[in-house]
Design a protein around this ligand. Structure first.
Ligand code: CTP
Ligand code: CA
Length: 504
């Protein structure tokens, strides 16, 4: 039996168009999402590299930095990927055999060659900055200093990198680049400067660097000061203006300070045997007078040339500190305030990061965190009065050269900070001793490279570009929102109207 057929239902032309359009729309959305998801591949990051050699008075370190090329002007993106400590002394110690200064760098430069991918070698800039050891050599004999620099330049040019420069940096540069380095690493330049109409520089951390031959203090003072313009540098970084105070004290690094101390004591004692309260009891050391007076820091004390001087420790921290006070002349100051030796210094302000030898010594004394001034004094008293034999037994793994000098060094740091710069029990808590920040060493080299490669813009970029992932995410989200709006519109607005008019 044949089933009775009803009248054939005719689909109106407008309904057909709407179905086709709806189908195409859904297809379009699916295609968009597919493309967005499938294409969400990370572009291979274009990494750049840079090498800076810190040719210090006591040793040279080679730092390798890297950063993604696309984010060159962001803050905090340059990372230290390698540090190589050069064997042997600083380059200034090769004045009698200048060729060896260059040769000494080879091992670490080979390490840099291994760390940096081969295809990046020729685009990797190399800078060498020499600090106080070379400043002193240059004062003693500028021709030899020049020869040492030529020797290291010759070696650096043998490598496949992009050699840029090799020079002695000034004490001001050393201070300022140290300050830029630590504030960059701490992310202090990230903060926006302007709040409504008032422009306010973001808060920065002061920098205290103690080397073997010089020491630097750098910070942004509370008020604008028009005294001693030579001590100020004006920086415009990421849209902020910083009026930075900096001073470098040549001969106040801890090795030269010890030489000055000994030379001065010998002059008073007028003897080739010296009892020194800054060494532990039982410690005995022979030093050559010629070597002691070879530095411009001690040249004016010359005595007993050709002889050997016998130093024995008496381990008395208070006596040691008393003796050192004459290295910090607080009497003559022609400014409203001074640190010492007639050098202007504004009132200390904000937090300070103390690194390099400040850290080495304070770390040994277990005083890097949560310590106060009175605890430091107690620790020094106890450590200095410990007999040398006991010190050696207690710290068998520490190099004798370092170990023997910690009583002097700790006392010197205490005196420099308290008597020299004016830290006291109230603001001691603002002092932080550190070696590294977020994996990179606290050292002036990073700031030096950032400056020479123009990586710190004066103004903040107007709008930071979206990352690839955010771009794709936003596209998908936008597609969903558009699709939902059209669907809701169709269901609640057009469809009832069409039904009403009999279009569908
Ligand atoms: N573990 C360590 C390493 C180094 N030192 C001492 O720290 C001083 C060197 O500090 P550094 O910052 O490396 O000085 P340089 O950069 O070589 O000197 P400058 O900056 O003055 O040129 C030296 O007295 C060295 O004996 C230390 O006491 N303990
Ligand atoms: Ca240094």
């Amino acid at each position: 039996m044949e089933e009775a057929k009803g009248p054939k239902q005719k689909i109106s032309w407008s309904k057909r168009v709407l179905i086709v359009l709806g189908f195409l729309f859904i297809l379009g959305i699916v295609a968009l999402i597919t493309v967005a998801v499938v294409q969400n591949k990370h572009l291979p990051e274009n990494t750049k590299y840079g090498i800076v050699l810190d040719a210090g008075s006591s040793h040279t370190s080679v730092y390798v930095y890297s950063w993604p090329a696309e984010k060159e002007n962001d803050t905090g993106i340059v990372q230290q990927v390698e540090v190589c400590k050069v064997d042997g002394p600083g380059i200034s110690s090769y004045s009698n055999d200048v060729e060896k200064a260059g040769l000494s760098l080879q091992n670490c430069m080979n390490t840099a060659k291994k760390v940096i991918p081969k295809n990046k070698h020729k685009d990797t800039p190399v800078y060498l900055g020499a600090t106080a050891g070379m400043r002193l050599l240059s004062l003693n004999n500028s021709e030899i200093a020049e020869k040492v620099l030529l020797s290291v330049e010759k070696t650096l040019r043998l490598y496949p990198f992009d050699f840029q420069s090799c020079r002695i940096i000034t004490g001001q540069e050393e201070g300022a680049y140290g300050w830029i380095s630590i504030n960059y690493m701490l992310g202090n330049f990230n903060q926006r400067s302007s709040w409504m109409l008032f422009e306010q520089a973001s808060v920065t951390t002061g920098a205290l660097d103690l080397g073997g031959a010089s020491t630097q203090i750098t910070f942004v003072p509370k008020n604008n000061i028009d005294e001693s313009p030579d001590n100020f540098l004006l920086f415009r970084l990421y849209g902020n203006t910083y009026n930075v105070y900096t001073h470098s004290f040549l001969c106040y690094g801890k090795d030269q300070a010890l030489r000055v101390r000994l030379a001065s004591d010998i002059k008073v004692a007028r003897s080739t045997t010296l009892q020194n309260p800054c060494f532990n009891v039982g410690y005995v050391k022979n030093i050559s007078a010629d070597d002691l007076y070879s530095s411009p820091c001690t040249a004016s004390y010359k005595l007993f040339l050709g002889s050997s001087i016998l130093v024995t420790g008496s381990g008395d921290y208070q006596q040691c500190q008393q003796n050192m006070q004459d290295m910090f002349d607080k009497a003559d100051c022609f400014y409203s305030r001074c640190s010492f030796n007639g050098i202007f210094q504004p009132e200390l302000s904000g937090e300070f990061g103390a690194f390099s030898a400040f850290y080495f010594v304070m770390n040994f004394l277990n005083l890097t965190s949560g310590s106060d001034l009175s605890k430091m004094k107690e620790t020094m008293k106890e450590f200095c009065s410990t007999p040398w034999e006991t010190v050696k037994e207690n710290f068998p793994d520490i190099k004798e050269k370092y170990l023997s000098e910690y009583c002097f060094s700790g006392t010197y740091i205490l005196t420099l900070l308290e008597l020299g710069y004016g830290f006291n029990s109230e603001n001691w808590g603002n002092l932080y001793f550190f070696r590294k920040i977020k994996g990179s060493d606290a050292v002036w080299t990073l700031g030096y490279m950032l400056n020479l490669t123009n990586m710190i813009p004066a103004e903040l970029p107007l709008s930071p570009p979206l990352s690839h992932a955010s771009y794709v995410g936003l596209m998908v989200l936008f597609s969903f929102v558009s699709a939902s709006v059209v669907l809701i519109g169709w269901l609640y607005f057009w469809k009832p109207r069409c039904l009403q008019k009999g279009i569908i």
